[in-house]
Each structure stands twice: as structure tokens, then as C-alpha cells.
Design a binder for this molecule. Sequence first.
Ligand code: NAD
Length: 510
Amino acid sequence: MTNLTQGQAAIRAAAPTVKLLIGGKFVESTTTEWREVINPATQEVLARVPFATVAEVDAAVAAGKEAFKTWRKTAIGTRARIFLKYQQLIRENMKELAAILTAEQGKTLADAEGDIFRGLEVVEHAAGIGNLQLGELANNVAGGVDTYTVLQPLGVCAGITPFNFPAMIPLWMFPMAIATGNTFLLKPSEQDPMVTMRLVELALEAGIPPGVLNVVHGGETVVNAICDHPDIKAVSFVGSTRVGTHVYNRATLAGKRAQCMMGAKNHAIVLPDANKEQTLNNLAGAAFGAAGQRCMALSVVIMVGEAQNWIPELVAKAKTLKISAGVEAGTDVGPLISCAARERVDSLIAQGASDGAKLELDGRNPAVAGYEKGNFVGPTVFSGVKPGMAVYDHEVFGPVLALMSAATLDEAIEMINANPNGNGTALFTQSGAAARRFQEDIDVGQVGINVPIPVPVPMFSFTGSRASKLGDLGPYGKQVVMFYTQTKTITERWFDDSTVSTGVNTTITL
Ligand code: NAD
């Protein structure tokens, strides 16, 4: 604050505060540590977000623990109907939610609606929980004996979410956790918590009872308190590999279940038999959409054989994309989330050039009329990229596309499997045999065949291989029902008058 004029400081102090949600009430944090939520296209201060105290985390967990006593026994139909109402409220408020999301995160309004919609689909799925949380029964496992399972909720579960999908990723977590009978503590990204909080308000309006959903804000201290808290039974994390690995280690050491979906370096392979126009359109959209700030962004493309001749056309497509604020009609590429993110991406571009990659298109310092203070980096394309170059070895998380080349499909598959990350990948081809080889041999969680960003819909689960994921079970879908429940196996026999006593038996048998 020291470099601000008095007027600027006064505007910032007057910004609304983001509240905590504890026991059904939105409350002001008592912390002394705050940060600003800033519009990345204009630098306008939109709000101030607290870094909650450990006592506030404790209070939120205690509220969840208390609410669990009744919520865990609430009828399936009652739980499901809340999510039926919730999906309706999200639809009715879509435009307002998208406007908040774009203001604090930067992506275009259309992409913000996509972010919300992909979360909404999980809410719809949660409304069908009656068909998802079913146990199994085997009749007559021994004479007169049946065995069955029940999937019981765990207790208080927690979720820690990243900045890049502030609607979708919280909605990956709390609807399914709550629908399965748990209570939930959410820790949204401190960079853009406002749309998440509006979604939380709507969840309460839909009928989620006090204490069933709680929210705290903050960074490392709050996350560590969540990992260590003895009354939290499971932690879901989505974010970078560095933080996710820390969360996984710390939470599991404290005896919790943990699922951590982490960083990426997603490669596409382009075979020369691919449909050229469709492929190049898909590549440009997947590399530069959301300014490359998607965990499923295609940031590396391996051109095989003759497909290497398509580079000029790909660069030409990248040049046509409009860079501006997400609220401006026709914008393709919005700003990066923060000044620090922009500086980091700019310096990785400089490093890529000095490492010897060929800078085909340099997106640094674009002129964006009306938004001169925005954190903009335009589409950037390198060719001749190799492992060992900074632009390949790091997840850039900006609109930077690295082009590599390979002689064959097998060579390209080996290159992808040698990268530490295994989040998403795509193959562009017209050959079914090549596609089958690819899906069999690639060690990556999400695989697209002529589909650039293959994020699974909610009847499946998001997944990941190698450094992109820790924990066995992924978010949403069938896997998350198993993650958020404990399987109890019941073996039962009933005696009636016709049962013949066999006396005391000391061997293991039914
Ligand atoms: P991040 O790891 O910086 O932050 C994620 C969460 O961790 C935030 O809530 C943040 O407050 C918290 N956090 C940050 N630093 C921490 C620390 N030192 N200790 C404890 N907690 C800390 O991630 P981000 O920058 O918000 O998001 C971008 C990253 O998320 C990228 O790496 C992207 O690939 C990844 N991501 C992955 C997926 C997936 O499903 N695999 C989806 C979206 C984003």
C-alpha cells in the first residue's frame, strides 16, 4: 500500500470484503491479513479477501462436524432435491455469475459461462445421487447368510481450489460430497473467490442446511490447518503439482483420504492424414483459449512428418485472435490472472528464445486499446522446441504454444510418455489404427481423438497419470462416490425355529 496515493488507498479500503461462511452465516473474518481481488484487465480492486485465522478454520470444521450428525441421516430424496433446485438457480443466474467470473478472473464471458456450465453438469449429476450411492448384495453367501454393502458418508470433507476455474472446480467438489451425506469445508482460490461465493450463496438458497457447507479463505496457513485437522476426513485438491504434492503428503500423514489433481504439460500429436483445417482450428483454440490458463490447455504440439509444413498456417490462425478484456465482444484471448503471472510468462518467452527455440510469433506487450494496464500476453508460438528448454520443462500457464517434430507416431508417443506430466493429450488423425495405438500406449489420464480438450463429463471421472495426480480416485462421477464414502460390509443371518443348532464351531467358516 505504500506506493499508493491517498485516494487510491481510500478506494481500496472501501472495497467490499469477502465473507467466511460458518454454520450457515456469512461472517467477517477477524484476521489482520488481507489481499485484494483485482480485475486483471483493468487493475480495479473489486474486493478484499481475508486470510482466515486457524481459530476460524476450527470454528468452520466444528460447524461441519455438528451438522453432520443430522445431515448423514437425511433422506436421499431430500438431499437430491436440493441439487435439483440448485441447478435451476445456477441456470437462472448464469449471466450474473459469468460477469463476476470474468471481472475477477479475466476469461471471456462466453468461456466464463462454459466454466459455470461444466460445474452445473456435476450439480445435475449430484441430483441423481439416489442412483449412484448404491451398495451391493449377495444372497446366500453361506446357508441362510446374505452379505451386503452400504456406502456411508465420511464426515467433514474439505476442498482446496485453484484460480483458473473458480466455478467449475468448487462445483466438482462440494455438490457430490454433500449429496453423499458429508459436510464440507471449501477453501477457494484467494485470487478470484467472488464467483465461488455467489455460487455458495445460491447453494444455501437451494436449501443446503446451516453447517453443511462452510467456507474459509486464505493460503498456506489455512491449507495446512485443513491438512492437519483431526476432524476433517478427506481432502480434495486441484492446483499446481508443487502445492498438491505437499497437500497429499501432509493430509495423508494425518490419516486423511486425499485426491490431488495437479499440473500439466499437455501434448497433441498431429499426423499428416489429419483434417488440416479442423486440426489447426482446434489447436489454436486449445492452446490460446482462456489465455492458456487451463490445466487441459494444449501447450505442446508434435507435428509428425509432412504435418510440419502446417506451421505457417497455424501461426497465421494465432495472429487472427483478438486480445482484449473478457467483457469485450469478440475477444478470444483475455488477460492473465495477475501482473506476477504476466511477468513470469514474459520471462519464460525470453528464456525460450535464448534457449534456442525459434520464436515464430511473439505475444509479449500487445497493444490493447482501452486496457493498457491489463495483464495481457498475446498468442505466442515457438518451433524447434526440445526437452531441456525452459519453455518445454515448465508448465507456462499462458498463451504459449511449443511446436516439436517427430518422424513417426511411435516416436511422438515416446516423447509424451517421457514428460513427467500425464494430465491430457490429443491425437489428430483420420486413421482408426493410429488412434487405437495411441489410446493403448499413451500414459496420460485424459485422451482425445480429434478432441482437443477432452474433459470428461460427470458420468465419468476426471483423472490423470504420473505427476498430474496423486490419490487413486478422481473428482466427480462414480469414483468420487467411492472417495466420499466408506464401504461397510454387513454379513447377516437370521435364526428361525427351523434352524438346526450345530454347536460351538472354532474353525473359520460361516
Ligand atoms: P496453486 O497450486 O497455486 O493454488 C491452488 C490452491 O492452493 C489455492 O487455493 C491456493 O490458495 C493454495 N496454495 C497456494 N500456495 C500454497 C502453499 N504454499 N501451501 C498451501 N496451499 C497453497 O494453483 P493455481 O495457480 O491456483 O492453479 C493453477 C494450477 O492448477 C496449474 O498447475 C494447473 O495445471 C492446475 N490445475 C489442475 C487441474 C487438474 O484437474 N489437474 C485443474 C485446474 C488447474
